[in-house]
Design a protein around this ligand. Sequence first.
Ligand code: FAD
Length: 367
Amino acid sequence: MTDERPTRLSLGGLKLQTLAPLESDGDQIAMPARRPTSGEPVSTRVVIVGSGPAGLTAAIYAARANLAPIVIGGLVGGGQLMVTSDVENYPGFPEAIAGPELMDRFRAQALRFGARIVDADVDRVDFAGRPFRLWADGVEYRADAVIVATGAEAIWLGIDSETRLRGKGVSACATCDGFFFRDKVVGVVGGGDSALEDALYLTRFAKEVHLIHRRDALRASKIMQARAEANPKIAMHLNRTVKEVLGDNTVDGVRLERTDRSGEEILPVEGLFVAIGHRPNVDVFRDWLDLDDKGYLRVEGRTTASNIDGVFVAGDVDDHRYRQAVTAAGEGCRAAIDAERWLEATESQAPGGTAAVATPPSPTTAG
Ligand SMILES: Cc1cc2nc3c(=O)[nH]c(=O)nc-3n(C[C@H](O)[C@H](O)[C@H](O)COP(=O)(O)OP(=O)(O)OC[C@H]3O[C@@H](n4cnc5c(N)ncnc54)[C@H](O)[C@@H]3O)c2cc1C
């Protein structure tokens, strides 16, 4: 057994959570090579932005590769699984595991190998050359390589009853939570391909799926519409918006308002899936990293490389297709391996082992 006592340090405004190293006597704490004084940059080999499954898996691999990663993990660390209850599809947990507990384990494993985790948001970056520079909570970080794993956020309807019943029958992930609605009646909000994919997927479990869309026609592709229309379990409710999710601790129904004329109706459902889109967390990188046509970060082919040498991308921030904890973790692993190999190749080519300067992009502003 190892003594894995988390220790919070405050170094000149830098909040670090770290652990006593494995072989230490408990007095030595893994910390930045030099204690930062006010205004002094913190330098390391790899900075990872984001502490969801992708970021923390990258941290485990980078730490075990002796790259001394600092994870700037976000003000609310742990990512999307911190707001979900049971995760039943993460391999290795046959009895299911609560989302926050799973993320605590990711975090403990990263800390165990010496990763340092800062609970702050990166609010500015400068990727014009190496070392790359990032700012969070007033501290400047410098790194030879960066892994961006900032995830994506589901777009919600924004009504109080939806927030209150999230995780109690209201979900934004059919792949994750559909299984809990076997033989139940569920609603799906949205009119695009994702909403129809979710509706079709849910017909495997639910006995009825009610698709609710605010316009008089769906936005989804014709082929998806044809599939949904042909499915006897799916009923369409066009020209309607959800005004309220009904129920105290479980979902009992939704109150719908007509958008084409006045009028309200109650639709009795036992679960509600909100499928009106996701917003990848790309704002601070927008001026440096290429986005795809859906606004997600773009990676090169089957690698995790971005358009800037030495900056890698992992997890939901580049993935609008799979959006699962296990795929995000897998990509975090790939990003750490890509970063390690890239650093090794770059530094072996540079005279005296010094890092080469990255090709600067042409940003419109400094982010
Ligand atoms: C309700 C719900 C239930 C789910 N259930 C399941 C499930 O059962 N099984 C499953 O496999 N998947 C599930 N998912 C999907 C899963 O949570 C995601 O696919 C996974 O979390 C993506 O991991 P990630 O590391 O890419 O991003 P995220 O988990 O989104 O983590 C991103 C992290 O980056 C941080 N961040 C963002 N911007 C910045 C910044 N500027 N600076 C620093 N940090 C920043 C955020 O604070 C966050 O900590 C669920 C999702 C939701 C919403």
